[in-house]
Design a protein around this ligand. Sequence first.
Ligand code: F6R
Length: 632
Amino acid sequence: MCGIVGYTGDELAKDILINGLKRLEYRGYDSAGVALEDATGGVTHIDVIRRVGKVAGLESELAGVDATATCGIGHTRWATHGRPSMANAHPHTSCDGRIAIVHNGIIENFAELREELAQRGHTFTSDTDTEVFAHLIEEAYYGRPAGVAAGTTAGAPAALGCHDLMAAVREACTHVVGAYGLAAVCADEPGVIAVARKDSPIVIGRGARGSYVASDVIALIDATRDVVVLEDGQFARLAPEGITYTDAEGTPIEPAVTHIDWDIDMAEKGGYPDFMLKEICEQPRVVRDTLVGRMTGGELTIDELGLSLEELNLIDRVYVIACGTSYHAGLIAKNLIEMWARIPCEVEAASEFRYRNPIITPSTLVVAVSQSGETADTLAAIRDARIKGAKVFGITNVVGSPVARESDGVIYTKANKEIAVASTKSFIGQVVSLTLLALLLAQVKYRLTVGQVRMLFRELGDTAEQIQWILDTQKDAIHEAALACKDAHSALFVGRGMGAAIANEGALKLKEISYLHAEAYAAGEMKHGPIALIDPGFPVIAIATKSPVYDKTVSNLKECEARGAKIVVVATEGDEDIAQIADHVIYIPPVRDAFSAITATVPLQLLAREVALMRGCDVDQPRNLAKSVTVE
Ligand code: F6R
């Protein structure tokens, strides 16, 4: 998620923008920039200053600039379309540089828009989706030249411009499909910032010295604590003397004002007590964003694969290589790839893979999964696999990261920057991305029909709402279950099928943030050894959702119950029978077994967090761990 700030008033804009960007930088952005309105000889122009890297670089650049501007916009970027670079850094401008914009979100139809705009003579200078917005606003403001419009064979008539920045932004938004938080300035309307929002946060405030906009309340909390949280389809026009709000038709509206009483620390966490909870609660958005643009014209598309459909069709073996939580995402993928595509799939810890002599041929696909994209073991395994002739496909959260650069193709999970050391939302993004890959493989191998893929894609999308249901309704049940686990010395996570894969992630989350020893076992394996651990009160946390192996799992749980285990079950909503053997039940909505990892993992993340908090642990920065592991 990128960060946006904007200011218009009677103070120096550059200082306000830099302070706002610094407040947003805790998310670790990759480039930053500002657009400042300045005047020479009474004529206003826009200066755009951008830097790759941290806001500090931009700050020192601006220190040497004699900018007297009192209106400007700024941006910190978390790359989605296009590598981190000067050209891709925001703000982006119209062809003549008289309009500048900053944008947060994803424009799904940017490729079509870009082509249409280019046909009409617009020049693009970046790889971003955002830049189309600058050119759309330019056309709406100054008028569209006569020329060829996409979808027509004849020349399109010229269109007159509205010469009203707010109206031009509203018009531009009618062409855009996707998510946006947008702020625009125009040299021909000095002092005005036009703002739009759809599915991407925007807050607006009025302070003693001017008007402010930001993507996060943290950036304007020093100026005012009374803010308007813009809603989808609402627009705002900021000027030094005040702010006006309109709907999509331009009709004035009066949005509600929210008073913020968070301190700075809470504001950085979006009002959540810790980053881990904030990131867990972002997971419905991660599912939606990861699916954006993947089903076009009824066809599942992953253009970034770097492999043609013919090459994909030849794949006869898949290795998923990864570490830690990412490895667990691989365990889920194995089930899906083998079930749907019928291709043998092995999941290997990257640290082991490179020291073995795995069977690799030109028809082997190696899928490297890494949140940070810089895990040393995973990178070394990628290099090794490529030397041995495999095609390597990366799944990572970080655009331009080494995993992305060194793979033949890459899918970016849309988790955005993850701050808590324990991976939560990244895991969900990885599982969703791997699910898409499994569906694509099944489709090219003709194991699933296009219709089946579409249906499964729709159900995959439904998991966003299912996660939200868990977040909204299961808090108390999870709290009670955590109380039952917090004083234990050890815990077992069990399940069968998908449940066994999910159990691994549940156990890792618990041990890494609560320091409570936990292991995962396939429930059917309990009787071959681990059941010896069970004595009265020993916590057994089971994933027993409705699936083909539900009855078998319940039988295994009965064996634990008979030995006095304290049983916590993640079960399917409506399953009342499970309460007969479970001490605590946490429900998830009914879901196809193939997608159960996406929902059933969420209560386990929350359970681990609750237990950790009860044990007095720092859930965001557990001891001995680092967010990215760049040593072998
Ligand atoms: C656990 C966790 C780690 C990482 C592992 C791999 O919550 O975050 O186990 O999953 O260090 O990191 P990436 O995915 O960055 O390669």
